[in-house]
Unconditional design. Structure first.
Ligand SMILES: [Zn+2]
Length: 252
């Protein structure tokens, strides 16, 4: 728990950003060794945007997003835009990291498994093919929600990770009908880095098994770094996605 004094006049956006930045997992990308073969190299534009979002400084010239919304100089709109270009790639990267890590600890998993669905027919993101805990296979569903989205600010400006936790609770409700043979876990993370409690539990268990399997005590840190980098790449794609592809910027 991090305590800090914030003036009553501090805006909700700044409060949410500072609370998020104080969480250990949110700055893991800063600790990653920039290695292209390991996938831990942050491209210059991604690095610039990651630093800018963490510091709350300008990232772009105000312009109009393809969705019609005005994007201010902080660029935050892209992180929660419904047309967000980074959403799919970030979601896919998160699931791939989980699946590969599970394979490393001898728990091979498949994505979007058939035969496992929630009440509305949608499938979860992944499932192990062998028991994970108490004889049950792990079924997970991951999501990355925006710390700074106007709908999340009432929560995230008071407590770090509150949007991720709310998203996890929503997913757990949707999957409560799954059979007892499944060990369901929601994996909620946020654009500014915090994890929800369920994601923290999953990554803690996975880190312990990675250390045990590989014998490398840094294995847990590497996992956190890969997740953190995937989030930053998604953020960069989302912000760039608000910019028109043509030669003219619809500047205000
Ligand atoms: Zn938009």
């Amino acid at each position: 728990m991090v305590y800090c004094y914030l003036s009553p006049s501090t805006t909700a956006t700044t409060r949410a950003r500072l609370f998020a930045a104080a969480e250990k997992e949110s700055g893991q990308w800063l600790h990653a060794y920039p290695s292209p073969p390991s996938g831990t190299y942050l491209e210059p534009d991604t690095l610039r945007l990651a630093v800018s979002l963490r510091l709350g400084v300008k990232v772009c010239t105000p312009h109009r997003c393809p969705c019609g919304t005005t994007v201010d100089e902080l660029g935050h709109h892209g992180l929660s835009c419904q047309l967000s270009a980074g959403r799919l790639s970030r979601h896919s990267a998160l699931n791939d990291i989980i699946r590969r890590s599970l394979a490393t600890v001898n728990a091979p998993a498949i994505l979007e498994p058939n035969g496992v669905s929630r009440d509305d027919g949608k499938r979860p993101d992944g499932m192990t093919l062998v028991p994970w805990k108490m004889g049950r296979v792990l079924v997970w569903d991951a999501t990355c929600v925006d710390t700074l989205a106007p709908s999340h600010l009432p929560r995230t400006s008071n407590r770090a990770g509150a949007a991720a936790e709310a998203a996890e609770i929503k997913k757990m409700t949707k999957y409560r009908g799954l059979g007892h043979q499944y060990h369901f876990r929601a994996v909620g993370v946020e654009t500014l880095g915090p994890w929800g409690p369920s994601a923290r539990e999953v990554f803690k268990e996975l880190s312990a098994k990675l250390k045990e399997t590989t014998g490398d005590q840094r294995a847990g840190s590497f996992l956190s770094q890969r997740i953190s980098i995937a989030i930053q790449r998604g953020n960069a794609a989302s912000i760039f996605g608000t910019m028109p592809r043509g030669p003219y910027l619809d500047v205000f």
